[in-house]
Ligand binder design. Structure first.
Ligand code: IMP
Ligand code: MG
Length: 202
């Protein structure tokens, strides 16, 4: 038994995991492959294309950090934040754009935008953000998600780039949270049902 407190905390967090769905190695490989595809598409816009990446916080912060370091393109980053799963909830309570964390410019005229989110679940978040961005009149808008849940409601939801399709279950890790915890798990995992039992909004 180790007496290192960090090891004990990690062991406690690991006890909450039911199953690792996608391991860190597979995530890294897939992000690299997707980045090649995105880079080729954006490079095709020409050398002088003005590119803006818009990560939706908080869930996309690890994904976007890895993704943009694989994109050898000149780009601006504008952060925005949307909340839809407040507190201990595993179903969307409706997407809302944060007023505190919003780095959107007043206009995106002439800029090619890539919106990046962690997961496409009901589609409310991406729909909201895409609508807001379209109103700023960019030259083009593309969307990219780390995960897409296999739900009938979003079967035809338009999204340009998807890293992984996953079953319709609640997952955490690699930036995704439950009640704001577990974001630092390096793999994408499902939690044990006992951990998810209390569905209350704090
Ligand atoms: P949507 O608006 O229902 O598509 O959900 C998008 C947002 O809900 C994501 O950006 C996540 O923050 C959150 N979300 C949806 N499904 C999950 C999940 O399985 N685990 C953690 N967060 C999730
Ligand atoms: Mg979340």
């Amino acid at each position: 038994m180790s007496s290192n407190p960090a090891t004990a905390t990690l062991a406690r967090m690991k006890q909450d995991i039911r199953e690792v769905l996608i391991g860190r190695g597979a995530i890294a490989d897939r992000i690299r492959a997707l980045a090649d595809q995105i880079a080729a598409d954006l490079a095709g816009l020409g050398d002088n294309a003005e590119i803006t990446i818009i990560p939706i916080l908080t869930g996309s912060f690890i994904f976007v950090a890895d993704l943009i370091r694989e994109l050898p393109l000149k780009m601006q980053i504008r952060l925005i934040s949307v909340s839809s799963y407040p507190g201990m909830s595993t179903t969307s309570k409706g997407a809302r754009l944060s007023e505190q964390l919003n780095q959107l410019p007043t206009s995106l005229t002439g800029r090619h935008v890539l919106i990046v989110d962690d997961i496409l679940d009901s589609g409310q978040t991406l729909r909201l953000v895409t609508d807001v961005i379209q109103r700023l009149e960019p030259a083009s808008v593309r969307t990219c998600v780390l995960l897409r849940k296999q739900r009938p409601e979003i079967k035809h939801f338009p999204v340009n780039y998807v890293c992984f399709d996953i079953p319709d279950e609640f997952v955490v890790g690699f930036g995704l949270d439950y009640n704001d915890y577990y974001r630092n798990l390096p793999d994408i995992v499902a939690l044990r049902s006992e951990v998810l039992e209390t569905e209350t909004v704090s």
